[in-house]
Design a protein around this ligand. Structure first.
Ligand code: HEC
Ligand code: HEC
Length: 253
């Protein structure tokens, strides 16, 4: 596995990471703008924001018990954020990615009635703190293949891609274990297949239109329905992201 991981690290992602890092250093003004919409820098910038200990404690309360009109996140995403067949795994996703998604439900780049309702009640500091809370959770996987997809085909798409149908290897962007890279390329391992499949279909239909420079729109357009089931089921067989051995740590390279 060690050996393979180098092969998957495609030049594309290195170039993109460099661009993201350069952008981060550019200026405070552009960093402010990048907290908005589907700017390629949004997740990277949000991942650099810090919050107070009080805000972190507040986020834990919201996550576990809810607060005022806000339902607890746990009521849908599970006690440990590992998700289920109706709400996705959010434990172990990068904090900047999580906060960006909350913004995207707020600004309409992602549509989901439940999450649109939830984010109405959250302020900016709570969104940042919830990103950090769930980003730090290392919960066991509760996902398993259930779409009847061809697992071998799914593994091929994830590890090598298939140039005959113009699908790049998923792991060239999402990390050699599917645990994500930096803040902008999310972990996709151990996700529930129904959620993964719906997201890929949403990019095809334009219902989800929040991917930086439309990276995922292009990938999803190239996937047939059978390939979507195959890759979604394969990803559900993988172990969840672990921070000790995490590509996110290499964000600064
Ligand atoms: C009523 C159920 C419900 C509640 C409560 C809820 N969620 Fe969700 N959440 C969902 C569903 C369903 C989705 C998938 C939506 C979609 O398809 O875009 C989702 C998606 C998400 C995503 C996107 C995940 C990804 O991988 O991109 C994040 C982040 C998230 N929720 C965070 C939260 C947080 C934080 C809270 C608590 C403040 C919360 N949710 C409360 C149902 C819920
Ligand atoms: C060129 C880079 C690139 C490639 C290749 C790529 N992705 Fe992505 N993917 C992204 C980025 C960037 C995002 C984050 C979009 C956002 O900010 O919401 C993403 C997001 C996702 C998500 C949403 C995760 C979530 O929690 O909601 C899924 C699912 C996904 N990708 C699956 C795949 C699959 C399956 C493949 C291979 C068939 C693949 N990706 C190939 C860049 C890529």
């Amino acid at each position: 596995m060690k050996k393979q991981s180098r092969v998957y690290r495609a030049p594309l992602i290195i170039a993109l990471s460099v661009a993201l890092q350069m952008g981060l250093n550019a200026s405070a003004a552009s960093a402010e703008n990048s907290s908005k919409t589907s700017d390629p820098l949004a997740a990277e910038y949000l991942g650099t924001r810090t919050v107070s200990n009080e805000a972190l404690e507040d986020a834990r309360q919201i996550a576990v018990n809810g607060k005022g009109a806000t339902w607890s996140c746990a009521s849908c995403h599970g006690e440990d954020g590992a998700g289920n067949s109706t709400a996705p795994r959010i434990a172990g996703l990068a904090p900047g990615y999580i906060t960006k998604q909350l913004h995207d439900y707020e600004n309409g780049a992602r549509k989901n009635a439940n999450m649109e309702y939830v984010v109405q009640e959250l302020n900016e500091e709570q969104m940042l703190a919830l990103g950090q809370y769930y980003g730090a959770l290392e919960s066991p996987s509760s996902a398993s293949p259930d779409l009847g997809g061809d697992i071998r085909r799914g593994r091929q798409l994830a590890q090598q891609g298939d140039w005959r149908v113009e699908v790049p290897a998923c792991f060239s962007c999402h990390g050699s274990s599917g645990w994500g890279v930096s803040q902008a390329f999310p972990a996709i391992a151990a996700q529930h297949p129904s959620y993964t499949a719906v997201q890929l279909s949403n990019w095809k239909s334009g219902r989800r239109s929040n991917s930086p420079v439309k990276l995922m729109h292009g990938v999803a357009m190239a996937l047939s329905d059978a390939d979507i089931r195959a890759v979604a089921d394969y990803l559900a067989t993988l172990p969840p992201p672990q921070h000790g051995n995490d590509n996110r740590a290499q964000a600064g390279n």
